[in-house]
Write a protein that binds this ligand. Structure first.
Ligand SMILES: Nc1ncnc2c1ncn2[C@@H]1O[C@H](COP(=O)(O)OP(=O)(O)OP(=O)(O)O)[C@@H](O)[C@H]1O
Ligand SMILES: [Mg+2]
Length: 503
């Protein structure tokens, strides 16, 4: 449930509850104050009118009624009416006997309420025998019987039972009702408050604390995302924190790589430069006193200068690729043939290094792609150069595989070297990045070879990635080592050819 829906539900509930409680409270207060309760009190009165007396009182009334019917004179005998009055008093009722226009007997408790003034009119048919009446503040239910005495005078018999009118009842219960309503209101408010706090305020506080931590530069924590809007904010926040942490770590890595690069470049330039200086001094001082010696000195100077040139060229190429300043002479090429040519050229060097060559997967047929062959050759050379540099052990092998994958041509170059740490796999294409394992090696370069390769492949609209050969299910290749996978988009016509050849 979203917070908006939750808020809507909470406040609708609150509104309905408040209105209901308010109405109920207003009703009760009005009733208590004015005593005027039409709706409910009339219902209460009707019930009383139909059944004004309790069973016990009713029995006594029926006895009295029987007496009035048969021996009405006995009702005037003090012993008899006092006995009945006593019994009625025990049953919490009172008695009124009238003869003509005066009262023959009235229970003392009843007398002070003076009910005579509000008695219903005489009614020989006795149709309305049971009803209620009110005198002053008191409210009674009664049963009556109208008859005639033997001397022909009107006789009336009433049994009264005092009951609390609704208003009186309400005023008695008012404190209880008000307390219950108040507790309900407080309870519902507390519930809504806790509900909102738990769902909204707490995660917001957490976010605020997290923002403060980030501000202090502390990125090493995690925010648990939830499902509602605040949860989504938390998730976005967490993503931002993750990215910041990642970029901070990357930045550190770059920074240390950059420092190392400068140190390496200085060292790499200084070594051949001092050698050149040494040999030039040798010539100047006349150490190279024979033409043969002189020639070998010059050769050394030349090769050292070439080494320096190569290093500078690599750096220069990378920065030009980075700035998109390298022109690409794209042409349509069959990748199968291109790879075969490159492998042919590499053959001698690999043989010299004692590296076995596998070219098993060349059965893909022509794969037409648009590439700059010179630059693509550099990509392959950089990858193969790495394999040569990092492979150890007696049985070194490099395998070239070519295949079609949908609209792409895929070239895989696999070696059986030490492989790359899984955590470093995605970073080896970053400029100046060198995996931990090769960092301290003599053989380690500047970390530019794969970055340059990636720039070139990207410029062709393709992609390049590294995997560990052991992850592959293939049994043809060794279970360790590095696989570099290069994907290049196939030309449209070639794509159709492929479909035809598949059938
Ligand atoms: N075939 C491989 N086997 C093991 N590690 C590899 C292999 N290829 C690349 N790497 C790792 O990836 C890192 C980056 O390779 P990259 O070619 O970009 O740099 P480099 O070879 O160290 O330097 P440069 O190519 O500039 O001389 C290497 O330092 C190495 O740790
Ligand atoms: Mg390299």
């Amino acid at each position: 449930m979203s917070i908006r829906a939750r808020l809507l539900a909470s406040f609708t509930l609150l509104l309905v509850a408040t209105v209901l409680l308010f109405t109920a409270a207003a009703f009760i207060v009005t009733t208590a104050v004015t005593g005027d309760v039409r709706g409910i009190s009339s219902f209460y009165n009707v019930h009383l009118r139909l059944k004004p007396l309790t069973t016990e009182q009713e029995t006594l009334f029926l006895d009295l009624k029987h007496l009035a019917k048969t021996k009405s004179e006995e009702l005037l005998v003090p012993d008899i009416y006092k006995e009945y009055d006593f019994q009625l008093k025990v049953a919490k009722a009172s008695l009124l006997i009238r003869k003509g226009s005066g009262s023959a007997f009235i229970s003392p408790a009843l007398a002070e309420n003076q009910p005579e003034a509000v008695l219903p009119p005489y009614e020989a048919e006795n149709v309305h025998m049971r009803s209620t009446l009110q005198t002053g503040k008191n409210f009674f239910g009664y049963a009556k019987y109208d008859f005639r005495f033997a001397d022909g005078e009107q006789g009336r018999l009433f049994v009264f039972r005092e009951v609390s009118p609704f208003a009186v009842l309400m005023s008695k219960l008012l404190p209880l009702f008000v307390s219950v309503l108040f507790l309900l209101l407080v309870g519902s408010n507390i519930y809504i408050y806790l509900f909102l706090t738990r769902r909204m305020i707490r995660p917001l506080n957490l976010l605020r604390a997290s923002a403060a931590r980030i501000q202090r530069g502390d990125l090493r924590f995690r925010i648990e995302p939830g499902e509602d809007e605040i949860g989504q904010v938390s998730a976005a926040f967490e993503e931002m924190r993750g990215k910041l942490q990642e970029s901070e770590e990357l930045q550190k890595q770059y920074e240390s790589n950059r420092k190392e690069l400068i140190a390496n470049i200085s060292h790499d330039l200084k070594t051949p430069l001092s050698a050149i200086r040494g040999y030039v001094e040798g010539i100047r001082d006349g150490v190279a006193d024979t033409p043969d010696k002189l020639e070998s000195y010059v050769d050394i100077i030349y090769s050292k200068a070439e080494e320096m040139d190569h290093l500078i060229e690599e750096l220069f190429l990378y920065s030009r690729l980075d700035l998109n300043k390298v022109p690409f002479a794209l042409q349509e090429v069959d990748l199968t043939r291109f790879v075969a040519d490159v492998v042919y050229e590499l053959r001698f060097e690999l043989e010299k290094e004692g590296v076995g060559l596998e070219t098993g997967g060349h059965s893909a047929g022509p794969l037409h792609v648009r590439i700059d062959p010179m630059h693509m050759k550099r990509v392959v050379n950089n990858v193969v150069g790495n394999s040569l540099k990092f492979m150890e052990g007696p049985h070194k092998t490099i395998a070239f595989d070519l295949r079609r994958d949908g609209a792409a041509a895929v070239l895989e170059i696999t070696d059986n070297g030490p492989g790359i740490d899984p955590a470093a796999l995605t970073h080896v294409f970053d400029r100046f990045y060198r995996a931990e394992t090769s960092r301290n090696r003599e053989s380690g370069g500047q970390g530019l070879g794969l970055a340059i390769a990636k720039q070139i492949v990207d410029n062709h609209g393709g992609s390049i990635c590294a995997e560990n050969a052991s992850e592959s299910a293939s049994t043809r290749h060794p279970q360790t080592g590095t696989r570099i996978v290069i994907r290049l988009p196939l030309l449209k016509g070639n794509h159709t050819d492929e479909k035809n050849s598949d059938h």
